[in-house]
Design a protein around this ligand. Structure first.
Ligand SMILES: Nc1ncnc2c1ncn2[C@@H]1O[C@H](COP(=O)(O)OP(=O)(O)OP(=O)(O)O)[C@@H](O)[C@H]1O
Ligand SMILES: [Mg+2]
Length: 257
């Protein structure tokens, strides 16, 4: 039986002593070492860091798509051993099935889980309107703009009612204006669904706009991770002095200011 998200917000993430090493040309490359992190239920954590600093690796380990070499990831107190229903992942490209309509794509995940089609489509419709595509249920992916396709990806991820949404540069391929709209949409959806969100981004303004907290991965391997608490009410105003200050603080973390 499916129920609407309750008031009881779940989705707490605890990472302890995480280690991940890749081997490239017989040389070991340690991407994460003794990594610790606590994400509060319902929090929006954004992650920034230089290219190659391990953002995607961290997200994939949290998703259970990549096994760690050591340490532990717990969701609501249980150690994860792979992918799980309480987590959904959104990548830069929405990866929609071209032969299915928007409705078909969004309902797909539920149908795979054995929900009867009618029920799955009813549920899918709710999320299609939540992402503002109520009139496009019958459209095919090739008939959508990039921003619309990414909205479908978000609806598809939400339809299975995850506690935790993991997003890897979800707006990275969008033009600047669509990106701003989608940042506003993501904030709205996050607060309506009360889902825990972890967003990897290259865009420092986006990190400040979306995050309760920004995690800054170190430039040098083995360096300390840093957190920046974003103490600003929502909806956020990108031009207000405190917002601008946070953005400058982040730029400084990267030696860019
Ligand atoms: N499957 C893999 N096999 C070997 N090395 C890998 C693999 N995946 C990632 N790496 C290495 O791990 C490091 C971190 O990669 P990752 O993709 O996590 O970086 P990122 O912070 O997401 O970078 P970007 O901002 O460019 O997306 C890189 O040096 C990369 O070469
Ligand atoms: Mg990456």
């Amino acid at each position: 039986m499916m129920t609407l998200a309750s008031d009881n917000v779940r989705g707490q993430v605890t990472v302890r002593d995480l280690t991940k090493t890749f081997t490239i040309n017989q040389k070991a490359l340690t991407v994460l070492k003794g990594f610790n992190l606590d994400i509060r239920p319902g929090e929006c954590l954004t992650i920034v860091g230089a290219s190659g600093s391990g953002k995607t690796t961290l997200l994939r380990v949290l998703a259970g798509l990549e096994a760690a070499d050591g340490g532990d990831v717990q969701i609501d107190g249980r150690s994860i051993t792979g992918v799980g229903r309480e987590r959904a992942v959104i990548f830069q490209e929405p990866r929609l099935l071209p032969w299915l309509t928007v409705l078909g794509n969004v309902a797909f995940g539920l149908e795979v889980r054995g929900e009867p089609r009618k029920q799955a489509e009813e549920w899918a419709r709710r999320y299609i309107s939540l992402v503002g595509l109520g009139d496009f249920g019958d459209a095919y992916p090739k008939q959508l703009s990039g921003g619309m396709a990414q909205r479908v990806g978000i609806a598809r991820a939400l339809t299975v009612q995850p506690e935790i949404l993991l997003l890897d540069e979800p707006l990275g391929a969008l033009d600047a204006m669509t990106k701003i709209t989608m940042q506003e949409e993501l904030t709205r959806i996050w607060s309506e669904e009360r889902v825990t969100m972890v967003v990897v981004t290259h865009d420092l303004e986006e990190a400040v706009y979306l995050g309760d907290r920004v995690l800054v991965l170190p430039k040098e391997r083995g360096g300390a991770i840093r957190f920046l608490d974003i103490d600003l009410p929502r909806p956020r105003d990108r031009s207000e002095p405190r917002f601008v200050k946070y953005r400058e603080d982040l730029l400084r973390e990267f030696g860019l200011h």
